[in-house]
Design a protein. Structure first.
Length: 608
């Protein structure tokens, strides 16, 4: 069985990890999907992971496990809702969006509600399994016992209190309860750990950060997974956060503020000024223990730590009965929404027999901003090679974290020399040679696979590039026709040795152009792009110096001015507004830097 573990938010990692473990125990295959904004937070090292919908299409999964509300309808597999919490009172928890084939519920309260909806809509199944995130409560409840002892001793505290509010502006207690929590920290010797949702406002976080700096018995949690803090805490303070139900299952007391649930089985405050009194009352006597037990039986009665295993068994049972759907049938409006959110699927993903192997090759120096994403972007290649010029910003350490990547460190002399060396390291004839700040779109990735595996007519292919000014497209300013060789046969090409920057590829054979564009994240900020232009200009000066060229007033004034005029006026840079003016100016600055450096080289040469 092939399964996608579908993550759109950081909380999904803790929910899906037990399913991953259950799949591995049964020798089933899995692939993590994470959104691009989430990729750098992916915590599971060497596990297979992608940010590409095309990779998911190629994977041809049997099951998609989703702890969220949405999943692309066009993915193959049983689309399985595993939920992201236990708060049935929240808006949308029981809303049927028609994206899922199977709902795996946490306990009788949820199962009954979804079975009624099943009878109404008749296009999905419901099975009760328990919730995998809570398996650790049964299998490893004392995991942090030693750390708890150390924290209590360090802070000379009696108890650990966890404050975990929701982020929702209309429901969060972070602002109304601040005074009560400040008083609690000042008046007791309890240790208060504050754990915010990833979407909590910066204003709220900063307020409690200031409190933590003032009070030694207040800590802001940095770990993403809240389970650790649930296990550490003796009492939870919250509002309408679903974390309440997770904590109740540990059979420990909760004090909430203005909770909107209709099934409250804990101490819920409706006014400020009462928190200190009620915290102490619940620590001393635990008056809601019986109500808590009844609620737990309705919400999540499973105490065996095998919810993830039941989920894996449930999807297999579903497939035995219903088979594996190729896609989810949706109305057009829903399809449009999914295409907008996740991108349109590649209409004809290449699925033929692999005729050719592909080497992806890079040269790098201090590319910490890009390296993880670009290496993930080319995971479809059979070989990935990086030649690094002794980076100092952590790039090398990140490269080493990618098990499939072959890393070679070599001093940088010039671009032609370094790229020629890197090309020679490729084991396969077809080479995808990219810069670290470039990305293949799914359509281009698919086109590359189709091209090299279908008797290609050319020996080398140009890629047109979309220039990104920060995160916005630069449509003109001379970049509308920008193209470079990026895919070619190693046996048919060589880098000319006459140029040391903006190297030229000599091709022995026909040349083609792929129709889909490469994304080029060239402009990070003003100083970074200025540095690139000056560096390129100085390297071009070295080429000119070797040819015996000299600079005069024409080169210092006319050439830079015309460069700006060409990009901003003739190449329509003015249509890009301020972005176009900035890029045109910096390109002109690069020309000026070239002749300034050339003049310096000759003055140095002419010294007696």
């Amino acid at each position: 069985m092939k399964c996608i573990l579908f993550c759109q938010n950081p909380y999904a990692f803790g929910i899906l990890w037990p399913i991953r473990e259950a799949l591995k125990a049964q020798n089933d295959d899995f692939l993590w999907y994470v959104g691009k904004s989430l990729f750098k937070k992916f915590p599971f090292g060497q596990d297979p992971v992608t940010t590409s919908m095309l990779d998911l299409q190629w994977y041809e999964s049997d099951v998609v496990f989703v702890p969220g509300n949405e999943v692309p309808h066009y993915l193959r597999g049983v689309k399985t809702q595993v939920f992201h919490g236990l708060a049935g009172e929240k808006k949308g928890h029981f809303r049927i969006r028609h994206y899922f084939d199977l709902y795996l519920t946490q306990g009788p309260y949820f199962t009954e509600r979804f079975n009624k909806l099943k009878a109404k809509y008749r296009d999905f199944e419901v099975m009760e399994t328990g919730w995998p995130k809570l398996d650790v409560f049964a299998t490893d409840r004392s995991r942090y016992a030693d750390e708890k002892k150390q924290l209590l001793a360090k802070h000379q505290a009696q108890k650990i209190l966890l404050y975990a509010p929701t982020f929702s502006p209309s429901l969060t207690s972070a602002f109304e309860l601040y005074g009560d929590l400040e008083k609690l920290a000042r008046s007791t010797n309890h240790l208060i750990i504050v754990k915010f949702h990833d979407l909590m406002s910066k204003e709220g976080i900063q307020r409690y950060q200031n409190l933590a700096e003032e009070r030694e018995n207040v800590l802001l949690a940095k770990e993403k997974n809240i389970v650790k803090h649930l296990l550490l805490a003796d009492l939870l303070i919250s509002d309408t956060s679903s974390v309440i139900y997770e904590f109740l299952l540990l059979n420990k007391p909760v004090v909430s503020y203005k909770n909107i649930s209709k099934n409250i089985g804990w101490d819920n405050l409706t006014h400020t000024g009462l928190l200190l009194e009620h915290v102490q009352k619940n620590l001393d006597g635990d008056p809601y223990e019986d109500q808590r037990s009844e609620l737990n039986q309705r919400y999540h009665p499973y105490r065996d730590g095998k919810s993830a295993q039941r989920m894996v068994n449930a999807v297999k049972l579903y497939m035995d009965t219903h088979g594996v759907p190729e896609e989810r049938v949706l109305p057009l409006s829903r399809k449009i929404k999914m295409n907008k959110k996740f991108g349109k699927p590649v209409t004809k993903p290449w699925k033929g027999a692999k005729q050719q192997k592909l080497s992806a090759v890079f040269i790098t120096y201090n590319e910490i901003l890009h390296i993880d994403e670009v290496l993930e972007n080319v995971q479809f290649a059979d070989e990935i090679i990086v030649v690094d010029s002794f980076s100092t910003d952590g790039t090398v350490e990140r490269i080493k974290a990618h098990a499939r990547v072959k890393l070679i460190q070599r001093p940088f002399e010039n671009y032609t020399d370094q790229k020629s060396f890197a090309l020679a390291q490729a084991s396969h004839d077809w080479v995808l040679f990219m810069d670290a700040d470039e990305r293949l779109t799914d359509a281009l990735k698919n086109e590359v696979a189709q091209t090299i595996n279908s008797e290609p007519m050319a020996a080398a292919y140009f890629f047109y590039r979309t220039f990104m000014f920060k995160q916005k497209v630069l449509r003109y300013s001379g970049w509308q026709s920008d193209k470079n060789f990026r895919l070619f046969r190693k046996s048919k090409v060589a880098f000319t040795q006459e140029r040391i920057v903006h190297e030229t590829l000599i091709v022995d054979g026909p040349i083609g152009i792929l129709k889909n564009k490469l994304i080029h994240y060239s402009y990070k900020d003003y100083e970074d792009y200025k540095g690139k232009m000056v560096k390129y200009g100085q390297m071009k000066a070295q080429e000119a110096f070797k040819r015996g060229e000299r600079a005069n007033a024409y080169h210092f004034f006319v050439r830079p001015a015309f460069k700006f005029f060409n990009h901003f006026i003739l190449r329509l840079g003015f249509l890009d507004g301020k972005k176009g003016c900035t890029i045109s100016y910096l390109n002109a600055l690069g020309v000026h830097a070239r002749y300034q450096e050339l003049d310096r080289l000759w003055r140095q040469e002419d010294k007696p």
